[in-house]
Design a protein around this ligand. Structure first.
Ligand SMILES: [Mg+2]
Length: 443
C-alpha cells in the first residue's frame, strides 16, 4: 500500500516540478529540483523510468485510508548501506535513514562474508530512497525481482537486510519487533550452548547458567562410509559422559553436521537412543529429503534440520515428507525475520518446533530472540556469543533463559567503539580430508 502512497507524493512533486520547469525553462532550475528530489527518488535514471511505469497504476487505487495512518505523514527514506567484516567470521550491516534511525543486520553465510557484502551492495541499491518500514513488500521485491531466486548467498543477503528493516521499524514506533509480530508469546527465551564433546566444558556452561547444550559426534571425520563398531561405541560413550556430567535435568542435542552417511547415521542413532538426546541434527546431508524422512521414521528421537535450507519453499518439503519435527531456520540464511515467522507458522500446522540455528553474532541472536518471543512453537535458540565486546548491553543467561529485550527494534545497541579492534577477517570453512586416504570429507 504505502509504496503507492509514496509514488503519489512523488508524482505530485514531479508534476509541480514540470510546471516550474516549463515556466522557468532553465537547466539550473531543473538541477536544483533534481537535487530536492534525491531523497524521494530512487538513484539512477533507469529506476526513475521504472517508477514512472508504476505511477500509471495509481490511477486505479484508492489511497485515502493509507493517508489516515498518522506515522505515514512523515516519510522515512533509506539513505545508505554500510557493511563491516567483524571477527571472528561475521558481517554486520548498518542501514541508515534520513530520519537519523539506523538498523542492524547480519547478512552472511559462513565462509562467504565478502561475497555476501557484494550481494548486499547490489540488492541494497533497490532500497535507497525507499521507506524501510514496508518490510514485506521489500522482501518480495528483493527476492522475486532477482529472477534467479534463493540460494545461500542471495537469501542470506536478504536476511540481513530484513533484520535491519525490522530494527528500524521497531525504533520508528518505539517498540520491540515482537510487539509488531503480535506481542509476546512467552516471558523469556531459552538458549543453548556448545560443549564440543567435553564433559568439563558442559559443567562450566551449566555453572554459567545454561541448561541446554549441543555437541558434535566424537571424531566424526573418522566415521567413514560405514563406521566401525569401535567408532559407534566411542561416540555413544562420549555422549553418555556428557549426559552424566549434565544430569537428566538438562537437554543435550547432537549434531551430525550432515557429514555422516545414511548407513552410519542409523547405527549411531540406535546407539544414542538410550541417552535421549534432545534431537539428532542433520543426521545426513539435507539435499535428499526422502532419505532423511526414512531415518526419521526409524527412530523415536526428534530429527532436526534447517541451517542449510532456505525460505518457506525449502522447508515445505521437509514438513510434508516428515523429515524433521524440529526446524532450525537460520535468521541470517533462511530469509530473515519476515520469512522465519512464516516458516514457524507452517511448522505449527505439522506440530513441529522451531529451534533457530545461530553460530553467528549478536545481531543474529537478537533477531532469533525477537522471533522466539512472538511464535507459539519455539523450542530453544542457539548462540555462540551473548554479545560481550559487541553490544553495549550483552544478553544475560539465567536458569537457561534470557529475558525478553524491552528496547525498540531488535532490542540491542551495537557498541561501534568496541568493534574497532575486531574489524577485518578472511575466515574460510575448514577444508577436511580423510586422514587415511586423502579423500574429501564434508566436515
Ligand atoms: Mg548444525
Amino acid at each position: 500500500m504505502s509504496p503507492f502512497n509514496s509514488h503519489r507524493q512523488v508524482s505530485r512533486r514531479l508534476f509541480q516540478h514540470s510546471l516550474l520547469a516549463v515556466a522557468f525553462g532553465g537547466t539550473g532550475v531543473l538541477s536544483y529540483l533534481h537535487g530536492q528530489d534525491q531523497r524521494t527518488r530512487s538513484a539512477g535514471s533507469s529506476q526513475s523510468a521504472g517508477a514512472d511505469a508504476r505511477y500509471g497504476n495509481e490511477q486505479r487505487i484508492d489511497h485515502s485510508s493509507v493517508e489516515d495512518i498518522p506515522h505515514r505523514r512523515e516519510r522515512i527514506r533509506v539513505t545508505k548501506f554500510e557493511t563491516f567484516l567483524v571477527q571472528p567470521r561475521w558481517l554486520f550491516l548498518k542501514v541508515h535513514t534520513d530520519a537519523g534511525l539506523v538498523g542492524w543486520g547480519e547478512p552472511i553465510v559462513e565462509g562467504r562474508a565478502k561475497t555476501c557484502a557484494a550481494a548486499v551492495e547490489e540488492i541494497g541499491r533497490y532500497l535507497i530512497g525507499k521507506d524501510p518500514r514496508d518490510i514485506v513488500h521489500h522482501w518480495q521485491a528483493m527476492y522475486r525481482h532477482a529472477f534467479y531466486r534463493g540460494g545461500p548467498v542471495l537469501t542470506s543477503a536478504i536476511s540481513g537486510i530484513d533484520q535491519a528493516l525490522w530494527d528500524i521499524k521497531g525504533k520508528a514506533l518505539g517498540i520491540p519487533v515482537y510487539e509488531l509480530l503480535g506481542g509476546p508469546t512467552r516471558s523469556r527465551v531459552r538458549v543453548y550452548a556448545h560443549v564440543k564433546n567435553d564433559p568439563e566444558l558442559l559443567k562450566q556452561r551449566k555453572s554459567e547458567g545454561f541448561r541446554a547444550f549441543k555437541t558434535g559426534v566424537l571424531n566424526g571425520t573418522d566415521a567413514g562410509m560405514v563406521a566401525s563398531r569401535q567408532f559407534i561405541r566411542e561416540a555413544a560413550d562420549n555422549f553418555a559422559a556428557l549426559r552424566e556430567a549434565g544430569g537428566d535435568d538438562v537437554d543435550i542435542g547432537i549434531d551430525f553436521h550432515g557429514a555422516i552417511t545414511p548407513q552410519t547415521a542409523k547405527l549411531l542413532i540406535k546407539a544414542l537412543e538410550p541417552h535421549q538426546p534432545l534431537f539428532i541434527e542433520e543426521p545426513i546431508a539435507c539435499q535428499h529429503v526422502d532419505l532423511m524422512a526414512g531415518i526419521a521414521r526409524g527412530t523415536h528421537l526428534p530429527i532436526a534440520t534447517g541451517e542449510r535450507i532456505f525460505t518457506k519453499w525449502g522447508f515445505r518439503e521437509i514438513l510434508e515428507k516428515g523429515a524433521a519435527t524440529i526446524l532450525q531456520p537460520d535468521l541470517c540464511h533462511a530469509g530473515g525475520i519476515t520469512e522465519c515467522r512464516l516458516i514457524a507458522g507452517m511448522a505449527e500446522a505439522y506440530y513441529a518446533a522451531i529451534a533457530p540455528h545461530n553460530p553467528l553474532g549478536p545481531i543474529s541472536l537478537a533477531s532469533g530472540i525477537q522471533l522466539a518471543a512472538a511464535i507459539p512453537n519455539f523450542l530453544c535458540q542457539e548462540q555462540v556469543s551473548l554479545g560481550e565486546g559487541y553490544l553495549k548491553q550483552p544478553f544475560v543467561v539465567k536458569d537457561g533463559y534470557v529475558e525478553l529485550p524491552t528496547a525498540p527494534g531488535l532490542g540491542i545497541e551495537v557498541d561501534e567503539a568496541a568493534l574497532q579492534d575486531k574489524l577485518g577477517h578472511d575466515w574460510i570453512n575448514k577444508q577436511t580430508f580423510d586422514r587415511r586416504d586423502g579423500s574429501v570429507l564434508d566436515w
